[in-house]
Design a protein. Structure first.
Length: 114
């Protein structure tokens, strides 16, 4: 029972991270459209101006990865789930920090500081 609960919690965190990834992409597009911001990630600079490539790299592929990881979680022991949970928590904090940065940038933009 505890394994099922832990796996379910990890899955929720994974899907939340995925959602924050999508929000990151959309906020980045909005901020770039103002002309006052640039993409800080050198890898993302390669595809950020292509909507189809952006969708593929920021939406489709990550969703496939999340679904695959959720399936793989069913095969893990309780101890291995603890390790997976730590990694997913790191991922979640990472995307939360990126989105907080976007919020700060929108505040600066709307306050006229940028």
């Amino acid at each position: 029972m505890a394994t099922v609960i832990r796996r379910h919690n990890i899955e929720k965190k994974l899907y939340l991270s995925y959602s924050l990834n999508i929000v990151d992409w959309l906020c980045t597009l909005l901020l770039l459209s103002t002309g006052g911001f640039y993409e800080a990630n050198p890898i993302a600079r390669l595809f950020i101006h292509s909507l189809s490539m952006g969708f593929l790299i920021k939406c489709a592929v990550p969703l496939l990865v999340v679904v695959t990881v959720c399936w793989a979680l069913t095969k893990l022991s309780f101890e291995d789930l603890a390790t997976a949970d730590e990694f997913v928590c790191f991922l979640l904090v990472f995307y939360l920090a990126i989105n907080v940065d976007h919020i700060i940038n929108f505040i600066l933009l709307f306050s006229g500081a940028v």
